[in-house]
Design a protein. Structure first.
Ligand SMILES: *[C@@H]1O[C@H](CO)[C@@H](O)[C@H](O)[C@H]1NC(C)=O
Ligand SMILES: *[C@@H]1O[C@H](CO)[C@@H](O)[C@H](O)[C@H]1NC(C)=O
Length: 529
């Protein structure tokens, strides 16, 4: 808390100075300040932008920035700051989770042969991403004060190339000649019925005028105004202007296909039938002994549930048994590629991800996960992993992204969760959870696992899913983990080989991670605990 507040304070002071400079004619006590002009300028610009256009014309009235509120506004100039080093006892890291910061741009650009080229390329790609994801329905429209025009502010939608009646149009005005104009850009207007005494011009065109000496007949006629989308675009919006003499209003009509549902026919059931609802997916590499333990443990509790195994061993061994699908991949394809392959083969409504070095116990109650996914809007729910030592981890994180302008955005990852879920006292909502989770299969497909992350990767999936996945975590659905802590002389050859492969962080591997964050997700830095 302390650090961001200091940063805020500095910005406030800076912006104060700038305001003083810009409004030099207003007498004002300016105190001494430490400055970083870019940010200060931005805070002022930001404040003016927020209040700006909508209530213009009051520039000469002085205002006083309220520090503690203004500094929480998004500023498009984020920074990644680590917690300050304080006096630390041995192991204090384990007690208090210090925030660390990591730059992504410099390490990636320094190792790149053409840093300027890659920056430019990222900017181009981002530009076209923004164009693709732009929707006119998201643009801010302000309704002017005292407009006599009545119109729908939101919720009007038309299917591509189809026709609707525009609901809610009316005029509240007295005067001798009542005239309104409608203008669109992706479609045309018409009337579905005519009213005597109303003059209509421009039917079937992008601009239509309706006029009547009687307000009541005009308003009656406005109830029959139709809009027909004429330009095919599967997901956009038309901004319609509705105007009378001296008054203008704008509203949007969303244009798009409806969402096609993806429903799973799991059969009628009084109780949750895990076999019909759930598939267990895992990826194996050099650990057939562990995989066998996992399968045996699953079979004790769920004898008929399908298990999908992605395997990228150099010398694959057969893994057989009822309800097992074993997919052999090219050698060393990697961690996320394996997850992708396994999940892509799932045909049930839910998929459970479990690491191959875990095993099920009586505490691994998949029914509880199904229950919470059936009864809430969660898309994915994590469980807990119990280590051999008895330590139980849930690995809950919150993720946020702060805007950072041209350099890229800032990624912030923190331990913790948002809130407990009503009716499920052992479950909470977070943004990222542990490597043992159950998700709605179609939502997990949608996010996908970036197959370029071959050795390490976990949070990357949740970062990609931020905003589209609603994630929960329940501490009482537990798998057990075969401990990672082994005495070196007791390791088997395959363990040694696995660790060599998995934990050798080659520089190529690091580059991929930096590139994914810097280029694909367009971050410039991150902080984490
Ligand atoms: C009313 O105004 C419209 C548009 O300004 C005009 O075309 C129309 O002739 C007017 N009607 C009367 C009766 O003045
Ligand atoms: C559960 O679902 C499986 C697969 O659809 C089916 O074979 C089985 O009979 C079902 N069990 C019950 C108790 O309905």
């Amino acid at each position: 808390m302390r650090i961001p507040y200091k940063k805020c304070l500095a910005m406030i002071l800076v912006s104060g100075l700038l305001l003083a400079l810009l409004h030099a004619w207003i007498p004002r006590a300016s105190s001494g300040v430490d400055i970083t002009p870019r940010e200060g300028g931005q805070l002022k610009k930001l404040l003016e932008g927020k209040i700006g256009d909508s209530i213009g014309g009051y520039d000469n009235i002085e205002y006083h920035i309220k520090d503690d509120v203004a500094c929480h506004l998004p500023q498009n100039s984020c920074m990644c700051l680590a917690d300050e080093e304080t006096f630390r006892l041995p192991f204090s890291n384990l007690l208090s989770q210090r925030v660390w910061a990591h730059k992504l741009d410099l390490p990636f650009l320094e190792s790149h042969p053409d840093p300027e080229g890659v920056k430019r390329h990222r900017a181009q790609e981002y530009n076209s991403f923004q164009k693709r994801s732009y929707n006119p329905a998201d643009v801010l429209i302000v309704a002017e004060a005292n407009s006599p025009l009545q119109y729908p502010t939101q919720g009007v939608e038309v299917r591509p190339l189809k026709t609707i009646i525009i609901p809610g149009l009316a005029l509240k005005e007295t005067g001798s000649n009542h005239t309104v104009h409608l203008t669109a850009s992706l479609g045309t207007f018409d009337v579905a019925a005519t009213v005597d005494g109303v003059f209509v011009k421009g039917e079937g065109e992008k601009h239509m005028m309706l006029s009547s000496p009687l307000l009541s007949t005009l308003n009656r006629q406005l109830q029959f105004v139709t809009y027909t989308n004429t330009v095919f675009h599967p997901k956009t919006a038309d901004t319609v202007q509705f105007a009378t003499e001296g008054h203008q209003s704008f509203f949007t009509i969303k244009v798009g296909h409806g969402t096609i549902p993806k429903l799973y026919n799991s059969g009628y059931q009084k109780e949750y039938n895990i076999t019909a609802l759930v598939t267990i997916a895992t990826k194996t590499f050099l650990r057939y002994d562990k995989l066998k333990d996992l399968i045996d443990s699953i079979r004790q509790y769920y004898p008929t549930v399908t298990i999908v195994i992605a395997d990228d061993n150099e010398h694959p061994q057969p893994v057989t048994g009822p309800h097992i699908e074993h997919y052999i991949m090219p050698f060393g394809k990697g961690w996320f590629a394996g997850r992708n392959l396994a999940v892509s083969q799932v045909t049930t409504k839910y998929v459970v991800w479990v690491d191959d070095d875990s095993f099920f116990t009586a505490d691994t109650k998949l029914e509880r996960m199904v229950d919470i996914l059936e009864k809430t809007t969660l898309d994915l729910v994590g469980g807990a992993v119990r280590e051999v030592t008895g330590y139980k981890a849930t690995y809950r994180h919150t993720i946020s992204v702060e805007e950072g302008g041209e350099e890229g955005d800032c990624l912030h990852i923190r331990d913790g969760f948002y809130h407990v879920i009503e009716g499920f006292p052992t479950c909470v909502v977070a943004d990222a959870v542990i490597n043992f989770f159950m998700g709605r299969t179609d939502k997990v497909h949608q996010v996908g696992f970036n197959p370029r992350l071959s050795r390490r990767g976990h949070l990357e999936f949740f970062i990609d899913g931020l905003g589209s996945l609603h994630v929960g975590s329940c501490s009482d659905v537990i798998v057990s983990h075969a401990s990672k802590i082994h005495l070196p002389w007791s390791k088997t050859d395959s363990q040694k080989a696995y660790e060599k492969f998995r934990y050798s962080s080659s520089s190529a591997d690091k580059d991929v991670h930096n590139e994914v964050f810097y280029f694909k997700n367009r971050f410039k830095c991150m902080t984490s605990q």
